[in-house]
Write a protein that binds this ligand. Structure first.
Ligand code: S3P
Length: 437
């Protein structure tokens, strides 16, 4: 029997925990550190499997990468990427592979990128398209638009890229390539997406221009700017904090505080939505850490009501719809989530898997091509949910199981370590009944 995890109704959850390091910022710290000259000292790095794959890639591209202690890493960059000896295997990490492709494109090297079965299903042309326009060359040994792919970089020219999808991964890949391109690269996005790359490029000494353009921004970067290693303090990941906080909202009598949660407004759409649903969510100890606002977030059990989530909020909570859907299952009325077609090309087709998992647990869900509606009420549970190796699908259903009438089991629980190593132990520490099978 392959391993499983099973969550059962918890008496009440309480306690104070710390959010693991932010995944987006952890990838960027390693990649920019490897592109830079000099030492980048990172603390609070997420030591999830996705990030460890990026750390190995940074080493393969020629940086010296050392682990100094828990979450403490040193990257010594030599001012560029050299040709790696083998294939760069990014595991499950879409952010890792797309940002690394952008970074590598600006150097005169050839490199093959690959990933696990989930990453091999995800579209890559959204990034290789603009990189090819800049002058990088790509070969697809298998299916076009899918990993593995071979990239030959160097001698790029700047482009003005207008994105049709609000994606920080695409924006970041083009900007990282733009660092080594001839001229000024601009990226215009249809809606604002997370701005960690822009912020971190500045911390590494680059000049980045940002101007409003329509509903989004136009970001510009002059090629030929050298990055200089710096200290990076990684704040806690709001996308991971969402799971213990969600559990507190739906388990009667619960109260949980997650400390050190990044509150960048481009990442906190879920908190805004939960508040509209009537969630008792408070933030204390707001402060700046590592160039980002952070705070301690407390959630208490709440009577939630369904809401219509504005589609233009999608980019600020794109990874949080699975856990939003799990909490919406306990709300009175319907929660309508639209304009989220991007969810179908994440680590799995998250609309389809959340709809199937919730339905198996007795929840009413209507699926649409670019969204879904969850109508809340009593949640029966009593199902084994297929996660297709998607960490957020697994964690969302385990949280659901903590407040459902019957236990909920998930398959492939090992994948949780891609973004949230220690999730099960952390939840157990709060009083959750999650058993390995
Ligand atoms: C990320 C951006 C998002 C998100 C992913 C992390 C990033 O993807 O889903 O988990 O770090 O830039 P898109 O930008 O493709 O929407």
């Amino acid at each position: 029997m392959p391993p499983t995890l099973t969550a059962r109704g918890a008496p009440a959850l309480s306690g104070v925990v710390r959010a693991p390091g932010d995944k987006s910022i952890s990838h960027r710290a390693l990649i920019l550190g490897a592109m830079a000259t000099g030492v980048t000292e990172i603390d609070g790095l997420l030591e999830g499997d996705d990030i460890l794959a990026t750390a190995r890639a940074a080493g393969a591209f020629g940086a010296d990468v050392e682990r100094l202690g828990e979450g403490r890493w040193r990257v010594t960059g030599h001012g560029g990427f050299r040709r790696p000896d083998g294939v760069i295997d990014c595991g499950n990490a879409g952010t890792g592979v797309r940002l690394l492709m952008g970074a590598a494109a600006g150097y005169p090297i050839s490199v093959t990128f690959d990933g696990d079965a989930s990453l091999r299903k995800r579209p890559m042309k959204r990034v290789t398209g603009p990189l090819a326009d800049m002058g990088a060359r790509f070969e697809w040994p298998g299916e076009e638009d899918r990993l593995p792919l071979a990239l030959s970089g160097g001698a790029l020219k700047a482009i003005d890229y207008v994105q049709t999808i609000a994606s920080a991964q695409i924006k970041s890949a083009v900007l990282l390539a733009g660092l080594n391109a001839d001229g000024v690269t601009t990226v215009t996005e249809p809606e604002p997406s997370r701005d960690h790359t822009e912020r971190m490029l500045r911390a590494f000494g680059a000049e980045v221009g940002v101007l409003p353009a329509g509903r989004g921004w136009r970001v510009s970067l002059k090629g030929g700017q050298a990055l200089v290693g710096t200290a990076v303090s990684v704040p806690g990941d709001p996308s991971s904090a969402a799971f213990p906080l969600a559990a507190a909202l739906i388990v009667p009598g619960a109260a949980v505080t997650v400390e050190n949660v990044m509150l960048n407004p481009l990442r906190t759409g879920l908190f805004e939505t939960w508040r509209e649903m009537g969630a008792d969510l408070t933030v204390s100890n707001r402060r700046m850490a590592g160039g980002e606002e952070v705070g301690d977030v407390t959630a208490r059990h709440s009577r939630l009501k369904g809401v219509v989530v504005p589609p233009d909020r999608a980019a600020s909570m794109i990874d949080e719809y699975p856990i939003l859907a799990a909490t919406a299952a306990f709300a009175s009325g319907a929660t309508v989530m639209r304009g989220i077609g991007e969810m179908r090309v994440k680590e799995s087709d998250r609309i389809a898997l959340m709809a199937a998992g919730l339905q198996a647990c007795g929840v009413a869900v209507e699926e649409e091509p670019e969204g879904f509606t969850v109508t809340g009420g009593a949640v029966r549970g009593g199902a084994t949910v297929t996660t297709h190796g998607d960490h957020r699908i697994a964690m969302s259903h385990l949280v659901l199981g903590l407040a459902a009438d019957q236990a909920v089991t998930v398959d492939e629980p090992g994948m949780i370590a891609t973004s949230f190593p220690g999730f099960v132990e952390l939840m157990r520490g709060l009083g959750a009944d999650i058993a390995s099978g």
